[in-house]
Design a protein around this ligand. Structure first.
Ligand code: FMN
Length: 292
């Protein structure tokens, strides 16, 4: 904990806009639900959070579509992650997302699941930078919120640094300034989404190279970062680090981001108890009351 707190001092120096905080928590379907996000917010007030991916079709046609946008104001800064590839649909839903009060919108170009592929969005879009650029342009023409893109470094046979750089160049030309780069390629057949998060090797040098080649863009590295020390190492080369599974398995690791001083073991225990009690109150207040 003492070492994690000393990381923080380094990170805070470069924080002004809440969305530019150097650490963020990844969108994770079924995991970063609003209840988990509320829990994370009790631990860290500052770390930007992402929703699970929600598709533009669901936002337009789901029977209970308004419930998909609901969040607690205390979760801010909160980025809405959308999945889709139809620029008009995305522009339409961007407007609803903005009205709801989210801080920013992120377009998913990384999900390799078969269901997502059959909808022609997610990782398959890596092969079509011109469509991603159209989607970004369409959303930017409708809302003033920042629009970012989260992508893999490669997909199937599209595995070459020059291709990745060209993808970024085309999408940046449409007005995307922040790129979250999952430092693994995805195979669209043969591997499950879970295997696609574990089997393809991590390739951090390509992500660092993007920052070198596009110094004006905000490049955020994602994939395999388990501690704040590791994040701090990456921050020597990129603007931000997005943490996924490690925040699910050990949410308290975020606590050091809000503390300027290391806590004693005893204070840490009390601190954890306070968080647990606050979450207990949240559960009580959101659970349907039993009668009788
Ligand atoms: C259960 C689960 C669900 C995920 N759902 C999404 C998602 O909805 N959108 C997305 O862009 N990435 C999703 N991901 C990928 C993560 O955002 C992240 O890119 C990946 O886990 C690598 O980061 P990590 O090694 O820090 O976990 C998911 C990952 C997990 C474990």
């Amino acid at each position: 904990m003492a070492r994690e707190a000393s990381c923080l001092k380094f990170m805070l120096k470069i924080t002004k806009n809440p969305l530019i905080f150097p650490i963020s928590i990844a969108p994770m379907l079924g995991w970063t639900t609003r209840h988990f996000r509320y829990f994370l917010r009790l631990i860290s007030k500052k770390t930007p959070l992402y929703t699970e991916m929600i598709t533009s079709s669901a936002l337009l046609y789901h029977s209970d579509k308004n419930s998909l946008l609901v969040f607690d104001e205390g979760e801010q800064p909160l980025v809405f992650q959308v999945g889709g590839s139809d620029p008009q649909q995305l522009a339409q839903v961007a407007s609803s997302i903005a009205k709801q009060g989210y801080s920013a919108i992120n377009l998913n170009v990384g999900c390799p699941s078969h269901r997502v592929q059959s909808g022609a969005f997610g990782a398959i879009l890596f092969k079509k930078p011109e469509i991603v650029a159209q989607c970004v342009r369409a959303m930017r023409s409708t809302v003033s919120l920042p629009i970012s893109v989260k992508t893999r470094i490669a997909v199937d046979e599209y595995e070459c640094y020059d291709y990745l750089a060209e993808f970024v160049r085309q999408v940046a030309a449409a007005g995307c300034v922040t790129f979250i780069i999952h430092a693994r390629k995805a195979w669209l057949s043969g591997l499950s989404p879970k295997e696609n998060r574990e089997i393809p090797p991590l390739n951090y040098p390509w992500v660092y190279q993007l920052k070198q080649d596009f110094p004006a863009l905000r490049i955020v590295l994602n994939g395999g970062v388990n501690t704040l020390q590791e994040a701090n190492e990456h921050l020597k080369y990129v603007d931000g680090v997005m943490i996924g599974r490690a925040a699910w398995y050990n949410p308290y690791l975020l606590r050091a981001l809000d503390q300027t001083e290391a806590l004693s073991l005893c204070d840490q225990i009390n601190d954890r108890l306070m968080i647990a009690q606050a979450y207990r109150q949240y559960i009580d207040s959101t659970s349907p009351r039993r009668s009788g």
